[in-house]
Ligand binder design. Sequence first.
Ligand code: YOG
Length: 134
Amino acid sequence: MPVDFSGTWNLVCSDNFEGYMLALGIDFATRKIAKRLKPQKVIEQEGDSFSIQTTSAFRSYFVQFKIGEAFEEDNKGLDHRKCKTVVTWDNDKLVCVQTGDKKNRGWTHWIEGDQLYLELCCEEQVCTQIYKRA
Ligand code: YOG
């Protein structure tokens, strides 16, 4: 049985989100608001089809994809840069590569115990977040 990420997840801690936002070129005022947010993720996983809705009081972001199928991602409401994005499995980790203007951009999700982990990368910056089931 493959790992199932489906569910509603609330952010409980975040490390170096500031560094990640700086690497993306997010302005000071937006970073100040964004770093206080406690986003919620609703993940739906059906076979190799995923949707991830990230909701916060300030901005929200929705993405859907199939494993191994590249798509154009607009990052609307985030940094607005367009990427060619593909998500694949690395054992039980969900690995996203976002190819575009920023080097080494992407994210990885995995589950450890009852916690959902998210590692966000851009250039030299790595942000690690932990979510718990709502
Ligand atoms: O999730 O890529 O689960 O999409 C990263 C924000 C903050 C807006 C959030 C809104 C990067 C202002 C998406 C936060 C900073 C700052 C809640 C993380 C950009 C703008 C939306 C992400 C993946 C994996 C799925």
